[in-house]
Ligand binder design. Structure first.
Ligand code: 3PG
Length: 379
């Protein structure tokens, strides 16, 4: 089994008393779903709480950075929640670095200032050096505790880390410890992956097929494979800008649904999809087929819904999730939509590990690193 390298270990946190009277920048990911001003799922905030309390208790002066929602959206609803839950946090809704610096300079020991949504600062997503320098000049030390956004080469993720003495926070460390096990899983293993776009997931699929691991692809991604095999997918959605390479199409370890559910609620075998039909989910035969693999696996990695989630076609995903949690295997779950389904079925506690990252989990499992990791370790 892969263990975390020395290179990563040296960037785990020293005792927090080291940070007494130091200005500590902490990048968190508090990008949470908010409806009518109310946070629907506070998990990403909740995981930060124990660490921030300890850092405050240790006498650090904390500068909190996070992105949130769409580009121009104020962090206010999240900030209100954070300031209520942790009264040592003050929200500073300003994009003016003179004002921000003034606030940081007078910050009492143990207090924290939460900056406005980092994606409202011009240059965040292009990682422009002046913004990275402005952020890093606010602190003596940088802690990245936002694994779930560390696949982004943004100023508050990679720019600040490259300019600063940098560490991984505890949430990040947890993700690394578990997902490093999932990188080279104990075999037999299966990757169950769904969603719409096969083009972005190909490196991941290859990573597991190359290790002799079964990969089941569900959702609209399977449609691209069937099209490439010359089968009809009717009027179903597929990734139009992408042709699946020959080496994947007929790979003996690549699995696709055995049957499908159509928009009309009828089912059809995967190779008999009518010309005017739209596929919305995988069928019962597929679940039965997967149960065999699930029962025989020592590791199961699941990311992405197996049906048209946005339109409520959850049945296939739900059934497979239940089967996965009933297995004796080590089980890893990620991806916002899939985690939501597991959450509604009260299954989250039954997984070995639930990643807070969707895209970041996939990117890490495909390559064994992320831009945000390389920036901290200065690779
Ligand atoms: C997420 O929700 O997956 C992370 O917060 C990253 O957000 P992003 O996809 O907007 O970069």
């Amino acid at each position: 089994m892969e263990t975390l390298s020395e290179n990563l270990n040296v960037h785990f946190l020293p005792p927090l008393t080291t940070f007494k009277d130091k200005r500590v920048i902490v990048r968190v990911d508090w990008n949470m779903p908010v409806i009518d001003g109310k946070i629907e799922d506070t998990s990403r905030f909740d995981v930060s709480v124990p660490f921030l309390k300890e850092l405050s208790f240790a006498g650090a002066k904390i500068i909190l950075l996070t992105h949130f929602g769409g580009k121009g959206e104020s962090l206010k609803p999240v900030a209100d929640h954070a300031c209520r839950a942790l009264p040592f946090i003050k929200f500073l809704p300003s994009l003016n670095f003179e004002e921000i610096r003034g606030e940081v300079d007078t910050l009492p020991l143990g207090d924290a200032v939460l900056l406005e949504n980092v994606r409202m600062f011009p240059g965040e997503e292009d990682n422009i050096p002046s913004l990275a320098t402005a952020f890093s000049s606010l602190g003596d030390v940088f802690i990245n505790d936002a694994f779930s956004v560390s696949h982004r080469e943004h100023a508050s993720v990679v720019g600040v880390a490259r300019n600063s003495l940098s560490y991984f926070g505890p949430t990040f460390k947890r993700e690394l410890e578990h997902l490093t096990d999932a990188l080279k899983p104990v075999k037999p293993a299966i990757l169950i992956i769904g969603g719409a776009k096969i083009s972005t997931k190909l490196p991941l699929i290859k990573h597991y097929l190359d290790q002799g691991i079964h990969v089941f692809i569900g959702g609209a991604m399977a449609h691209n494979v069937w099209l490439a095999r010359g089968l009809s997918i009717g009027k179903s959605f597929y990734d139009k800008n992408y042709t699946v390479p020959e080496s994947i199409i007929n790979h003996p370890l690549l699995l696709t649904p055995a049957d499908v559910v159509l928009e009309t609620r009828e089912t059809a075998p995967y190779n008999k999809i009518p010309a005017d039909a739209v596929v919305v989910d995988c069928g019962e035969e597929t679940v039965k087929m997967l149960v065999n693999f699930i029962k025989n696996s020592k590791t199961i990695i699941f990311n992405g819904p197996l049906g048209l989630y946005e339109k409520g076609w959850l049945h296939g995903t739900e059934q497979v999730l239940v089967q996965v949690t009933e297995s004796q295997a080590k089980t890893y779950l990620g991806g916002g939509d899939t985690v939501d389904v597991a959450h509604s079925l009260h299954l989250l506690k039954k997984f070995t590990f639930v990643s807070l990252g969707g895209g970041a989990m996939l990117a890490y499992l495909a390559s064994g690193t992320l831009p945000g990791i390389d920036a901290v370790t200065k690779q």
